[in-house]
Design a protein around this ligand. Structure first.
Ligand code: KIV
Length: 280
């Protein structure tokens, strides 16, 4: 089992071998994902919604991201760990962007960073890449731009917007991203972008023609309730299984079924006798 690298991403695109990426935020889940052979773990800023209960990803801080990235990195033996740069950690200045990207590698143990945005962030991407930090781009529905986009909608249904996405993709590839996330774009647009880039595209709600697919792990496992977007496939309903287990625990404790003798420790009869004697 050899460690996945950014070079593997390039080979896999050439070989047409689909790439798998899933989100991870903690040690236990990251171990399971890594042992299952998922190629890349994204410590997404979706941690804000999924783990921290924020309404969107905007409040997530560098310190929160680094805390979760460290936990994931400690678990991983094979997958490529990508840290997601939170809102305002790369937009203010290029210098700050490079410093914050570097923190994901130096302090978080990540091997790459991801950031959202098109042509406008290409110079920032180039500066981070020049510093020796591999970057994943992210265009289409970019949740950090939710207020500018006016909500979470599919991007690129109109030809003008689709053409802009293609331009964004090309300028990010020129700036040096080694992979590009395409979120919520029509399958035709993702297909065209995928065909026109030398680097792999990783789709989420972007159809079957991307070089790889990424999902939020809690969505595919049925761990995160609420609204389920069309592009999510649930492979399990763990929330129901967890609730079932918790109810069983509750009942067994209340009915004195748990803990049974098999979960309890005991003394020898002699020690017990001495114990009772001394007590008196
Ligand atoms: O933060 C995240 O989970 C993401 C993925 C949805 C690509 O950016």
């Amino acid at each position: 089992m050899s460690k996945v690298t950014t070079a593997d991403f390039r080979h896999w695109k050439k070989e047409k071998r689909p790439i798998t990426m899933l989100t991870a935020y903690d040690y236990s889940m990251a171990r399971l994902l890594d042992e299952a052979g998922i190629d890349s773990l994204l410590v997404g800023d979706s941690v804000g919604n999924v783990m921290l209960g924020y309404a969107n990803t905007l409040p997530v801080t560098m310190e929160e991201m680094l805390h979760h990235t460290r936990a994931v990195s400690r678990a991983v033996k094979r997958a490529l760990v990508v840290g997601d740069m939170p809102f305002l950690s790369y937009q203010v200045s290029r210098e700050e962007a490079v410093r914050n990207a570097g923190r994901f590698l130096k302090e978080g143990g990540a091997e790459a960073v991801k950031l959202e945005g098109g042509e406008e962030v290409a110079p920032t991407v180039a500066a981070i890449v020049r510093s020796g930090i591999p970057v994943v781009g992210h265009i289409g529905l970019t949740p950090q731009y939710v207020h500018q986009l006016g909500g979470y909608h599919v991007q690129g249904k109109q030809a003008t917007v689709a053409r802009r996405l293609l331009r964004d993709a090309r300028s990010l590839a020129e700036a040096g991203v080694f992979a590009l996330v395409l979120e919520c774009v029509p399958a035709e647009v993702a297909q065209e972008i995928t065909a026109s880039l030398p680097i792999p595209t990783i789709g989420i709600g972007a159809g079957p023609h991307c070089d790889g697919q990424v999902l939020v792990t809690h969505d595919l496992l049925g761990l995160y309730g609420g609204f389920t977007p069309k592009f999510i496939k649930r492979y399990a309903n763990l929330a129901e299984q967890i609730k079932g287990a918790l109810l069983a625990f509750q009942e067994e404790v209340q009915n004195r079924v748990f803990p049974g003798p098999e979960h309890s420790f005991s003394m020898t009869q002699e020690e017990y006798r001495l114990f009772l004697e001394e007590r008196e």
